[in-house]
Design a protein around this ligand. Structure first.
Ligand SMILES: Nc1ncnc2c1ncn2[C@@H]1O[C@H](COP(=O)(O)OP(=O)(O)OP(=O)(O)O)[C@@H](O)[C@H]1O
Length: 250
């Protein structure tokens, strides 16, 4: 059974239709990435999927054993607060040192236990957020643009780490990202969203689709160079809309 299955999701804010008839599933162990232009409804979809928001239309079914680990885009911490990594991992719930250290190790930040949170680099900070999400032993990791502010090598390293975590723990991963070419190399499946699902499938199928190219241009050829998963079949689906026109009129 799927970990999450969304059927016919619709969300409006006032007069604005933000999500329209969105269907998607996340199965155990797979890495699914949602890409889409600004304002295309990615965060709204994520919030509906994890249960942080109720859609106006459609339904979301979640597996009874679903356990989500959430890695936020950013977390503001008062720099004057004397908070070490170790103490941060004990918030809001106390965790024993061994479990917390294991999560830190898994997130590639094993040596940072005593470091002040305010002195961490962007990449280190994201690893600590990842470690905190892993504390609960999730079977689904959810990441909303987790590498904002990191440079490209830093982002690529972070996504490689996510893939390692998936391999080690078997958890599924659902991400939202703008860094298409970086994320594509990590993803099993990509969903291209623009209020509705424009196209979805393997990274290769999406990168080659006319819908994706109309939204993002053709400058993402590097996605294919980085693409390293072997798929013997494709799951192509396109909506048939003229996205070049949508983009022009936006
Ligand atoms: N609580 C809200 N009230 C009103 N409008 C909202 C609310 N949340 C989101 N929106 C609007 O819904 C649209 C989609 O927002 P959303 O954050 O889901 O897009 P996104 O694809 O995640 O964008 P970005 O890439 O910029 O983060 C936007 O036009 C946004 O202004």
């Amino acid at each position: 059974m799927a970990l999450i299955k969304a059927t016919g999701l619709g969300v409006s804010f006032g007069e604005t239709l933000v999500l329209n008839d969105v269907d998607m599933t996340i199965s155990a162990g797979e890495i699914v990435t949602i890409v889409g232009p600004n304002g295309s409804g990615k965060s709204t979809l994520l919030r509906c999927l994890v249960g942080a928001m109720t859609p106006d239309r459609g339904r979301v079914d979640r597996a009874p054993d679903l356990k989500i680990g959430y890695v936020p885009q950013k977390l503001m911490i008062d720099p004057t607060l004397p908070l070490t990594v170790g103490r941060f991992l004990n918030l809001p719930r106390k965790t024993d040192r061994k479990t917390a250290q294991a999560a830190l190790d898994q997130a590639g930040a094993g040596a940072l236990w005593d470091r002040p949170m305010s002195g961490l680099s962007g990449g280190q900070f994201q690893r600590i957020l990842l470690a905190r999400a892993l504390l609960e032993r999730p079977n689904l990791l959810v990441l909303d643009e987790p590498t904002q502010g990191l440079d490209q090598p830093g982002s690529a390293a972070f996504y490689r780490l996510i893939e390692e975590v998936r391999t080690e723990t078997g958890c599924a991963v659902l991400m939202v990202s703008h860094e298409l070419h970086v994320v594509m190399s990590t993803s099993d499946r990509v969903i291209c969203l623009n209020g509705h699902v424009c196209c979805h499938g393997t990274p290769e199928v999406v990168a080659n689709s006319s819908e994706y190219r109309a939204l993002f241009g053709t400058g993402t050829a590097g996605a294919l160079a980085l693409y390293r998963h072997e798929h013997s079949h494709s799951h192509d689906h396109t909506c048939g809309h003229d996205h070049a026109r949508e983009k022009e009129s936006a």
